[in-house]
Ligand binder design. Sequence first.
Ligand SMILES: [Zn+2]
Ligand SMILES: [Zn+2]
Length: 154
Amino acid sequence: MRRFDLRSLSFGRSDEASCRLPVELDPFVFGGERYTVSGDRVDLSLTASRVGTKLVLQGAFSTQLHGACARCLQDVDLAIDVSGAEYVADGESQGVEEAEEAYVRGYHLQVDRWARDLLADALPARLLCREECRGLCPVCGANLNEDGEAHVHV
Ligand SMILES: [Zn+2]
Ligand SMILES: [Zn+2]
């Protein structure tokens, strides 16, 4: 799913509605690194709270992020929890700068872009296989996690 029609939410008698949305997440590049998520999709749990003609959308999902360690370039899997909120009035995102593209337009939530941007906000500054990763040898490119301190050039 890439777009979700907010008018399809069923509030019933309460002013809160929730649902789970399967969302495709294409591989994306952030800070020069390429990331993918498990199965290229996430299960976004969406909760909408209604106040008059306004809506507060809360989205959350957990996923397994794949990428390359910023130091040694080995594959890294990282469990990550993502959440965020979006404020909607009369079917349009609120507080959107002119340069930005609204996530909600005409009651349609662009759920893939929203999920991807929430994920980008939750990313660690640098993806590392482990905090003490030794990285690559600047001379020969060997993985120093394997050779350790024995690795020297003369
Ligand atoms: Zn590493
Ligand atoms: Zn070396």
